[in-house]
Design a protein around this ligand. Sequence first.
Ligand code: FES
Length: 103
Amino acid sequence: MSNVPTQEQPLPISVKVCQHRTCRKQGAEEVLAALQALPAPNVTIAASGCLGQCGNGPMVLVLPEMVWYCRVLPQEIPRLVEQHLLAGKRVKEMLYYRFHPQG
Ligand code: FES
């Protein structure tokens, strides 16, 4: 009798988009809407409160990896979804320099 290998389920991804005051002023609502318009399997998108990085928004945080993106524009969302959420590769040019200084 052969053992069928169990397939590991990838961890669910959660994307938080800050919707607090400063990020909203910088366009966070449009960023959230753009993400919600491009659903990816195994990924949940949620509005969040202040992520503590005001002034660098709109801030987007990808969990559980803890990958931070700053000053995100709605037109950058298709690239983020395709490259990071679907293919698992960080979008270096969009990373938050403070937490990812090496890119
Ligand atoms: S308002 Fe978005 S990080 Fe504080």
